[in-house]
Design a protein around this ligand. Structure first.
Ligand code: HEM
Length: 336
């Protein structure tokens, strides 16, 4: 009886030992297999994870601010490609292309002279407030254009030819001047749009102005044409409305870019950057045309924004309907 139970116990101990031994022998291989599969899994998920990161996928972060769970923002890179491929060359074209085209036009066509010369009688055209408004807006706009060009493409045409220190100083100053003259531009632009809008509504006769290119062509069938024009001619109206529309785009997008407190998603910032660049291309092109017209192409035109008065013959030739109107309603005022 004792023998039987001893045998039973011995069998149990033996069985337990075999089990432990078996487990012991099996364990390393089992754990190794587990380890291998988990390693494989880890390397698979690493690749997947980086693929997702590069595709701009969001992960987990304890920082709950906007997009702090996104390591690589795809919109940022895509926007940069569009800007480098299209907007930068377009800026170069709008500066050199438009300037060059007008230079050629000036040498081929010559300026638009006053058919009857200067009369010497000066007619009031702009108030002192208008002149101030124009020059504050114009100077702010010109500073924005020059500093904006440095910021966008200065690293290509300027940085390689000057020292690093000078380039750093130029770009730091450009950024400072760009931000602050932006505020001056927005305020003066808004006042200008509100104050001058009533003078700039398109009329049917403006179509004819476009058809004869404003009477500025000095040869062929266009020569000597003086199309009807009110206070502003059709070309000036087009300039005003371009400035109004793209001035709005450039101002809103500029504010979106310069105010970090807005906490915009990267996509919105990138769209703002592109809208800002495209608006700049258009405004730069039109500004160069405007300056050419005012300074060299239209004889007697510049005086309007210097003294506020224009020669009577200039008024009759370039703005006949306005001249007739102020003469008829008694608001025509000569310089003393
Ligand atoms: C050196 C630069 C500039 C010069 C010499 C200049 C000259 C002039 C002149 C002479 C006029 C009066 C035209 C007239 O009475 O019919 C004028 C009007 C005007 N300018 Fe300028 N300007 C310059 C820059 C700018 C800039 C940068 C802007 C825009 C930000 C601008 C916007 C305007 C507008 C909106 C008008 C009134 C619209 C019109 O009737 O033409 N100007 N400018």
């Amino acid at each position: 009886m004792l023998n039987l139970s001893l045998n039973k116990s011995l069998y149990s101990v033996m069985a337990l030992l075999v089990l432990i031994l078996g487990l012991g022998l099996m364990a390393p291989s089992t754990f190794a297999a587990d380890d291998q599969s988990s390693k494989q899994q880890a390397s698979m998920s690493d690749a997947d994870m980086w693929r997702a990161v590069k595709a701009g996928e969001a992960g987990e972060s304890t920082d709950k601010r906007l997009e702090s769970n996104v390591l690589i923002n795809v919109a940022g890179n895509q926007g940069k490609i569009v800007r480098d491929t299209y907007v930068k060359p377009a800026i170069v074209l709008s500066v050199l292309g438009v300037f060059g085209a007008f230079l050629v036009f000036y040498f081929v066509n010559g300026p638009s002279k006053l058919s009857h010369g200067f009369s010497g009688k000066m007619v009031e055209r702009w108030s002192k407030a208008d002149i101030w408004l124009h020059w504050v807006m114009a100077i702010a706009c010109l500073i924005l254009m020059v500093t904006g060009i440095f910021i966008m493409i200065g690293r290509h045409f300027l940085a390689p030819y000057i020292g690093e220190g000078l380039w750093a100083a130029i770009i730091a100053f450009s950024k400072f001047a760009h931000d602050w003259s932006g505020i001056v531009f927005i305020v003066s632009w808004l006042l200008c749009v509100i104050k001058w809008m009533p003078l700039q509504t398109f009329k049917l006769y403006d179509l004819k102005w476009f058809l004869v290119v404003g009477g500025y062509i000095n040869f062929g069938p266009f020569k000597g044409k003086h199309p009807d024009s009110g206070f502003a001619n059709a070309g000036e109206k087009m300039w005003f409305w371009t400035l109004t529309i793209f001035g709005l785009f450039i101002s809103v997008s500029g504010l979106m870019l310069v105010l970090p407190t807005l906490e915009l998603p990267r996509e919105a910032s990138m769209i703002a950057l592109l809208v800002h660049g495209v608006s700049a291309v258009i405004l730069i092109a039109f500004t160069i045309v405007h300056i050419w017209m005012a300074t060299v192409l239209s004889e007697g035109g510049m005086e309007c924004m210097v003294s506020g008065y224009c020669d009577e013959n200039w008024a009759i030739q370039h703005h006949n309907l306005w001249y007739d109107e102020i003469k008829a309603n008694g608001t025509l005022k000569y310089k003393d």
